[in-house]
Design a protein around this ligand. Structure first.
Ligand SMILES: Nc1nc2c(ncn2[C@@H]2O[C@H](COP(=O)(O)OP(=O)(O)O)[C@@H](O)[C@H]2O)c(=O)[nH]1
Ligand SMILES: [Mg+2]
Length: 276
């Protein structure tokens, strides 16, 4: 599975240089991770890119993750002496904690922040949430030298308007799958049925009742393909010639997982990822 489709060494180098340039302008960096996959959603070179810059790890989409797992991850990051907050960028839950933590770390009246993270972790959503339409974008017209724009997030906090988009990890197969499950890798590069079979396996490892509860499937099924067929049957996924439409069922389970309809599910735990 080649998930490095959009990233080449030259691209990574340029991204790193751009972020390093912007680092000089800010007091602190918000590094966004996906709460369901905090290890898999972290850029592999983040420590060398950010060097000693102050940083808060934001575990975003916390609404989709298991609350017990969130606590374990919090302990994990605390043990590493890394500041972290859980956030739901859609409804703003956790923003108050983020702001007070930022003010605790950077003791200045006006605090400049850059947001970084891999695609789809919620950088734009967070910027919109923090800006609360307080932003005044100017000078972006063609022909005008593009200067750095700051978004007033209130409370003396100013965000760099363009987040740093980082490349994901792509060496470990499991990491690639996790990224694909949450939708951080373009779906076009992965076979849907293969992905859903892997997701079925993963979910059943976590808790057999997840799929039984949602799709009312037979309780004694072991084989992932049989489970997928059973889901297709239950959901009436029928293609021409009255065969089961496995791809349709595959899309249903992947969509349901991403929307949180299968429950609050964390895919990896700190004790599984002692790569630090
Ligand atoms: N449930 C949930 N969805 C979120 C959250 N933050 C962002 N999203 C969704 O995740 C998707 C990607 O967000 P986006 O801001 O475009 O990510 P970016 O690529 O990092 O800029 C969008 O569909 C958002 O609505 C969150 O905290 N909770
Ligand atoms: Mg974006």
């Amino acid at each position: 599975m080649d998930i490095n489709i959009n990233w080449y060494p030259g691209h990574m180098k340029k991204t790193t240089e751009a972020i390093r340039t912007n680092l000089k302008l800010v007091d602190i960096v918000y590094e966004l991770l996906d709460s369901r996959i905090p290890y898999s959603s972290q850029n592999p070179s983040i420590n060398s890119i950010l060097e000693n810059k102050q940083r808060i790890i934001i575990l975003n989409k916390s609404d989709l993750a298991n609350p017990n797992a969130n606590n374990l991850w919090k302990k994990h990051f605390n043990n590493l002496d890394t500041e972290c907050v859980f956030l739901n960028s859609l409804n703003g839950e956790g923003i108050i904690d983020l702001i007070s933590l930022t003010k605790k770390i950077v003791n200045k009246r006006s605090i400049k922040v850059m947001i970084v993270g891999i695609p789809n972790v919620g950088k734009s959503t967070l910027i919109n949430r923090l800006s609360n339409r307080k932003s005044t974008k100017t000078g972006n017209k063609p022909g005008i030298t593009k200067s750095v724009q700051w978004i007033n997030a209130g409370n003396g906090i100013y965000l760099l308007d363009t987040p740093g988009v980082l490349w994901p990890k792509f060496e470990e197969v499991n990491v690639g799958l996790n990224l694909a499950f949450v939708g951080s890798i373009k779906d076009e590069v992965i076979d849907t049925t293969m992905l859903s079979l892997k997701l079925v396996e993963k979910l059943n490892d976590i808790d057999k009742n997840i799929l039984i509860k949602r799709y009312n499937i037979d309780k004694n099924l072991e084989n992932s393909y049989n489970i997928l067929e059973n889901i297709a049957k239950r959901r009436g996924c029928i293609s021409k010639g009255s065969n089961l439409d496995i791809e349709k069922a595959s899309n249903i389970i992947i969509d349901d997982f991403r929307k949180g309809l299968l429950g609050k599910i964390t895919l990896e735990f700190p004790n599984e990822v002692n790569h630090e």
